[in-house]
Design a protein around this ligand. Structure first.
Ligand code: ADP
Ligand code: MG
Length: 598
């Protein structure tokens, strides 16, 4: 029989390899950027034409290549990053497979110009579909410049399958975001069709995120930090209210390499459970640092999937740290500025039991949407609200406004009012116990007071003896200016300079010493896409200020204050709900208690 096995020529092998490494222009950009990063560049310049179909240029100021290295870098398995199999288990560079340049050169027109700092001249190599066209010494800048033109020129079927420029551009941007986020210390300049669209200066991770995703992003971020023996985790998640139905921004970086991991994504989703709708997706930017020996990057040609030695523990750590941060930051529809002391739960993570089956107990108190199904008995920090919700003493259909003022007043004798857990005011009436949430109740009281003040058209302003100057940045001042009329209705009058506002009058209900805090809160909420339903600007301002100025949960109240809350709340038009539509109080009657003993 005749032998039928051939060894494929190098250029054919390269074309086949290219099928795995290079799917589209964005794959080329990714490989070139990673090479520039590996070369220790501090500035990387990118130019894209026709969504990368016509050309992709990457120019860096990294170490460059010698003449000999420039000549062999297009060979398959040509890499400076590893030299033996052992090195595969300690990878610190982005590349190591030595096939990117060989693959790209097999399916495009490539020009490389590279020079090392100490060399007089650089080297230029032109290579078309694996065929060397030119190899010469040239005058060049330090670093490496690679131009990739006419991608898939020799594989018409692949070229035809490239998507529209919009789609290919989106892929290019995705790759650019991934690399520039994982290396905020590097400057990136990005030109599309000759127009500069990004000029990113050396920065921090947080600032880089904001630069890429817009100024408003700052307010959406909650920091994540965790350090254990097997994993160092840091980064940010978006507050739950900024979750999207679409996938949103989801970034995992492992040792500064972007990776895809449905498994770890699940861990994040679980941490958000109860805070976002199941069909919404959290956004996150998370850096995971692990010992390179504990991961295998080698399992996918584009190196976006990796294998962790201890995947289950990483899952558990991720989930618990995010849960913890969400709890700490007390994410609620309108943001708290004073942290509720009840939320400072001692955080506990047992490294030894990190086997995936562990469950981290996080105080579910932070979660306004979730109803617990069990009561924990014998717990010193017994959560009253939780029990009440669980047992449904107060049915949702009950008309709370039925509880009349007289009923309360008739028994408002001081020794029958108690404050419980620094949060609830409990009062006995003729037929029931009334449990009031002090913060929500006070919000309702203030909210109605503010609305009344505005509609009465009374002049609320009181002139200050000495005008008060508060410093703000230009963006804040712009916002305050554009709300000038509204603020005036509230009685806040001011002039402004470039970097400060000078307040000349205040409403009677606002204390001058707290002014800065309340204006900060106002600015914060106005700049946020805070999802509160408002009827009008006055309504919005009343809501924000009532939230900002209310007595907080966690504050010990004296008898006078307790009485004030009870009496003022039940004098409100809509005593049963706070301005953010949550219950201000619940009622427990004898029957409910009866049932509890069954
Ligand atoms: P890998 O990155 O896996 O080593 P590549 O095919 O991407 O393989 O690159 C081959 C080699 O060419 C690299 O190992 C590196 O030595 C050199 N090289 C590629 N790009 C650059 C660059 N921008 N600056 C300096 N050297 C580079
Ligand atoms: Mg490479």
């Amino acid at each position: 029989m005749k032998n039928i096995i051939n060894i494929l020529p190098e250029n054919v092998a390269n074309q086949i390899a290219a099928g795995e490494v290079v799917q589209r222009p964005a794959s080329v950009l990714k490989e070139l950027l990673e090479n520039s990063i590996d070369a220790g560049s501090t500035e990387i310049h990118i130019e894209i034409k026709n969504a990368g179909k016509t050309s992709i240029l990457v120019f860096d100021d990294g170490i460059g290549m010698t003449k000999e290295d420039a000549e062999i870098c297009f060979n398959r398995h040509a890499t400076s990053k590893i030299s033996s199999a052992i090195d595969l288990f300690n990878i610190k560079s982005k590349g190591f497979r030595g096939e990117a340049l060989a693959s790209i050169a097999a399916i495009a027109h490539v020009q490389l110009i590279s020079k090392q700092r100490n060399d007089q001249l650089g080297t230029q190599i032109d290579i078309n579909g694996s065929q060397l066209v030119a190899n010469k010494s040239v005058v060049a800048e330090d670093g490496t410049k690679i131009l990739v033109k006419n991608l898939f020129f020799n594989i018409p079927a692949r070229r035809k399958f490239l998507k529209s420029n919009n789609v290919e551009n989106k892929h290019l941007m995705n790759e650019f975001f991934r690399v520039s986020l994982s290396h905020p210390e590097v400057n990136f300049i990005f030109l599309n069709e000759g127009k500069e669209i990004y000029n990113l200066k050396t920065s921090t991770f947080k600032k880089r995120i904001i630069e890429l995703f817009g100024n408003k992003t700052n307010e959406k971020l909650v920091p994540i930090n965790e350090e254990t023996e097997i994993l160092r985790l840091n980064g940010f998640i978006f507050k739950p209210e900024f979750s999207k139905k679409t996938r949103g921004q989801q970034y995992f970086f492992v040792n500064n390499r972007f990776i895809k991991s449905p498994y770890l994504n699940h861990a994040v989703k679980v941490a958000f459970e109860g805070l976002i709708d199941t069909n919404y997706n959290p956004s996150y930017f998370l850096n995971l640092h692990v010992d390179p020996k504990t991961i295998d990057i080698n399992i996918h040609p584009t190196k976006t999937e990796i294998k962790f030695e201890d995947e289950h523990s990483i899952y558990a750590i991720l989930r618990s740290s995010i849960k913890h941060s969400l709890g700490q930051y007390n994410i609620s529809p309108i943001l708290d500025f004073e942290r509720d002391k009840n939320l400072d739960i001692p955080y506990y993570f047992d490294k030894k039991s990190s086997d995936g089956s562990m469950s981290i107990e996080v105080n579910s108190n932070y979660n306004p949407f979730k109803k617990n199904k069990t009561i924990s008995l014998g717990n010193a920090n017994h959560n009253f609200e939780k029990d009440v919700h669980t047992l449904q003493f107060a049915s949702d259909s009950e008309d709370f406004t039925q509880l009349d003022f007289n009923d309360i007043n008739s028994s408002a004798n001081t020794n029958q009012i108690i404050q419980f857990n620094k949060k609830y005011i409990i009062n006995k009436t003729k037929s029931s116990l009334v449990v009031i949430n002090q913060e929500r109740a006070h919000q309702r009281i203030l909210y109605e007071k503010f609305l009344k003040l505005i509609s009465s058209n009374k002049k609320n302003a009181q002139k200050l003896l000495y005008p008060s100057e508060l410093e703000y940045n230009s963006q804040d001042i712009r916002i305050l200016k554009s709300n000038y009329d509204q603020l005036k209705i509230f009685g806040i009058e001011f002039n402004f300079n470039e970097n400060s506002i000078i307040i000349s009058s205040l409403p009677s209900f606002l204390n001058e010493k707290d002014l800065k805090l309340h204006i900060d809160n106002l600015l914060y909420n106005l700049q946020n896409e805070t999802p509160i339903n408002n009827f009008s600007e006055s309504d919005l301002f009343s809501k924000i200020l009532s939230k900002s100025m209310s007595i907080k949960n966690g504050k010990i109240l004296d008898t006078k204050e307790l009485e004030y809350i009870i009496n003022s709340l039940f004098a409100c038009k809509e005593a049963s709900r706070c301005p953010f539509n949550k219950k201000t109080f619940i009622k427990i009657n004898a029957n409910d208690i009866e049932n509890m003993f069954k």
